[in-house]
Design a protein around this ligand. Sequence first.
Ligand code: CAA
Length: 261
Amino acid sequence: MAGFEVITTEQRGAVLLITLNRPQALNALNAQVLEELIAAFADYEADDGLRCAVVTGAGEKAFAAGADIKEMADRPMVDFYTADMFARWQSHVVKAVRKPWIAAVNGFALGGGCEVAMMADFIIASDRAKFGQPEVRLGVPPGMGGTQRLTRAVGKAKAMEMILTGRMIDAQEAERAGLVARVVAPEELLDDALATAATIAAMPPLAVLACKELVNAAFEMPLEQGIVHERRLFQLMTATADKQEGMAAFVEKRPGVFTGR
Ligand code: CAA
């Protein structure tokens, strides 16, 4: 995974750490960041030795302060429309990544930054993190899923208030609202997120894929259909070697060793 300029990647055991690395622009998400992230995630998906990823932001201040406003400021509408601006986040980041990844939010997660954090399977936040969708102030709505994912995460009242006013919420409010899984001290954020990722990486990989797929299905499927889908994947997983190992390890009172088979 070489040749990146605006992100960095680092392998820690079975965990891949991806860092958005434009601290001088508060890690604003320009086209190059997206293309490098897509490449890093493609490598992650393809490498059987990698089982969980963490995405964070470089510097003390920001996870990402949004899509790059300077890149968008002078472009005409027809450019955004013909390029189907932001579509690749959904197709090449959200949908293409079946393995789990965690957003470790260290500071501002605004606009597209908040939206990328919400694309992750869950968010762990530093108590200095701030979340917001301030796009309305720029004359546009959120464009990378904010109106949909924030509403599903925190409910209509808080999402509508945040999106119509641009108000930022702090990490504590985000945790109360269900936007983040956990809030930790800033100096513990990265270690905590990497340890959480290592815990997931040690789980049976096929069961992890199934769990992720099923939780995401809860947002797309009617309850009855989702329950059937869950049952079928449960039944499918009973054919895996990892199910034999997991249940044998429990009975024999020892830790399981999983192969993804
Ligand atoms: N795009 C491009 N550059 C950005 C940026 C962004 N989203 N956010 C910050 N920067 C740049 C600033 O322009 C500044 O660069 P210069 O030093 O060259 O002037 C540098 O990062 C540091 O930022 P500030 O000086 O503004 O730092 P601050 O501490 O005074 O303020 C902030 C911090 C409140 C986060 C402020 O930077 C800010 O409001 N940023 C923009 C937030 C925003 O509106 N995000 C939404 C973007 S649109 C979007 O994301 C669309 C979508 O849904 C996909």
